[in-house]
Design a binder for this molecule. Sequence first.
Ligand SMILES: Cc1cc2nc3c(=O)[nH]c(=O)nc-3n(C[C@H](O)[C@H](O)[C@H](O)COP(=O)(O)O)c2cc1C
Ligand SMILES: Nc1ncnc2c1ncn2[C@@H]1O[C@H](COP(=O)(O)OP(=O)(O)O)[C@@H](O)[C@H]1O
Length: 315
Amino acid sequence: MQGWHGLDDVPEDWGRSVVTIGVFDGVHRGHQQMVARAVDMAAKLGLPSVAITFDPHPDEVVRPGSHPPLLTDTRRRAELLMSLGVDAVCVMPFTVEFSRMSPDEFVQTTLVDRLHAAGVVVGENFRFGHKASGDLETLRTLGEKYDFVVEGVPLVSEGEAISSTRIRGRLAEGDVEAAAAELGRPHRVEGVVVRGHQRGRALGFPTANVESPQHTAIPADGVYAGYLRCTESPSRYEGELWPAAISVGTNPTFQNVARTVEAYALDRDDLDLYGMHVAVDFTTRLRDNLKFDSIEALIEQMHADVAEARRLTSG
Ligand SMILES: Cc1cc2nc3c(=O)[nH]c(=O)nc-3n(C[C@H](O)[C@H](O)[C@H](O)COP(=O)(O)O)c2cc1C
Ligand SMILES: Nc1ncnc2c1ncn2[C@@H]1O[C@H](COP(=O)(O)OP(=O)(O)O)[C@@H](O)[C@H]1O
């Protein structure tokens, strides 16, 4: 398995290959199907498969100021793509210059000259080149010119096509169950554990406050059940997975200002996660995040949340 940052990382002696192209944010079930088609075509042709993805998200470059909340960062996207069986992931730096290439230039410089594409697999609605002027038909025509076959994969549809945009909408509504169904796994928020107001322990529920990178897709404010794991490596917690009760919001009972994502690992009070990289998986929404009249009332509700989270994550 190989991870390349830009075309300069492609080995000099790289032969012919099957290439699939997309932003792949979330690596959702539609993406998974497409990558499976590429891996399948590569196996039939006896060639390696490559997934091309872009960083930053093309929208940020094409429409400056628009930052779609990201379902996955580049590292996680590459990791998920690799897990689907591609032999290499190539992360292309998406620049203004890159965005101005004509469809023919893009195909020639990227697919033909460096990756020697024998086959190219894209979604049916794939657009590429300056001002998104190229589509599947353009790609097919260029395939004839440069000698590669093109497969357009129909979008996986449930009512509407599964898309990163639709999943972002689910998360913004707090519907983490629907997001998980479309992603094929629970949505994950990752980041480093930072200090909070040091109240959690006193309430009986120490929570790991997760500081995620800018533009991370965070589910709507609320209380959720899910899982917390430490993804720091090496660490004394490697391989452990903790069922968790998760709070997203501004802790209205305490008039906090900043929005936090915090997770309490059920039945543990002995963890020391400060400074460590962790991942929080959201499986079920329990309720809205509320302003309680007393700390006692909040604690009572947290006990109920924890009981519910335990029920949902056991077995
Ligand atoms: C399961 C759970 C449910 C929570 N629900 C609420 C809530 O409804 N309202 C609220 O103000 N804070 C809620 N919180 C957040 C707590 O207020 C917060 O964890 C506590 O103040 C500790 O903050 P600290 O980590 O900054 O010390 C909840 C936390 C957990 C773990
Ligand atoms: N069960 C647990 N779940 C999450 N964090 C825990 C747990 N037990 C201990 N911790 C540790 O305690 C810290 C949270 O304690 P807390 O009193 O809420 O302080 P803070 O306000 O800094 O988050 C976490 O960052 C973690 O290092």
